[in-house]
Design a protein around this ligand. Structure first.
Ligand code: IPE
Ligand code: IPE
Ligand code: MG
Length: 238
């Protein structure tokens, strides 16, 4: 029975929000905010490495973000390629294993190939697993899991009465990744925006007004300190 949150921090998930507002505050176009996000990602990987965290999931692009203006979406996709190409050597040197969650098939060919090459290259690494949530939606993930399970019930290999919570978890995109212990959201918004709906059942939430491009190592350490003093009960008693 897990009880002390401080002793149990395997998976940090971050909703990286506020890039557009960061740019607007400086009188810059929104895309400059996405540009400025890279340093914060770098810091998050660095801090997780120092602390020996096993998994870091970064919400980079949601299924709903496709509804943004075409120019912004295409800028973000180009940025994704640039990020991978510019950071793969460093990530590999740091023993980081890169993975993704979401509908990778929706990502344009160029960045998707860059991602696939980077995942292939780092697949044997044994340090931090960095999961980029791309074209990710919690409802889409659950829908995809339910389709697979429904196929198994239709073929008769599983009877509906035998469907368990573990079975649903096992049909999610990355079934080997543990549920996030803490979900941090920057920029002052206090909502999930379709992130990890199933997996967040017992996650701790840390909301900070800091905009993502201003969220550096110090701010992440502060957020983790807030997590550390929480008492997780998982429905039981202390
Ligand atoms: C987060 O920043 C990045 C993505 C969702 C891709 P936003 O672009 O949402 O920035 P705000 O919320 O408009 O400030
Ligand atoms: C959530 O941010 C998605 C990502 C950070 C990738 P949004 O900016 O898209 O969320 P809403 O629209 O404010 O809920
Ligand atoms: Mg936003």
């Amino acid at each position: 029975m897990k009880s002390d949150s401080g002793a149990n921090l395997r998976h940090i998930a971050i909703i990286m929000d506020g890039n557009g507002r960061w740019a607007r505050k400086r009188g810059l176009p929104r895309i400059k905010g996405h540009d400025a996000a890279e340093k914060s990602i770098h810091d998050a990987v660095e801090v997780c490495g120092e602390l020996g965290i096993e998994f870091l999931t970064l919400y980079a692009f949601s299924t709903e973000n496709w509804s943004r203006p075409k120019a912004e979406v295409s800028f973000i996709m180009k940025l994704l390629s640039r990020f991978i190409k510019g950071n793969i050597d460093d990530l590999d040197r740091k023993n980081v294993k890169l993975r993704t969650t979401g509908r990778l098939q929706d990502i344009p060919d160029g960045p998707r190939r860059d991602l696939e090459l980077a995942m292939e290259r780092t697949s044997g690494n044994t340090g931090l697993t960095l999961v980029l949530a791309l074209s990710y939606g919690g409802r889409a993930e659950l829908r995809d899991a339910f389709v697979e399970i429904a196929e198994n019930t239709a073929s008769g290999s599983v009877s509906p009465a035998d469907i368990t919570e573990e079975m649903i978890s096992a049909h999610l995109y990355n079934s080997d990744v543990p549920d996030p212990d803490v979900i941090i959201r920057t920029s002052g918004e206090q909502r999930l925006s379709n992130f990890l709906l199933w997996q967040s059942a017992y996650s701790e939430f840390v909301f900070t007004p800091v905009l993502w491009p201003d969220f550096h190592a110090e701010q992440l350490r502060d957020a983790l300190e807030e997590y550390r003093i929480r008492k997780r009960r998982f429905g039981g008693l202390e």
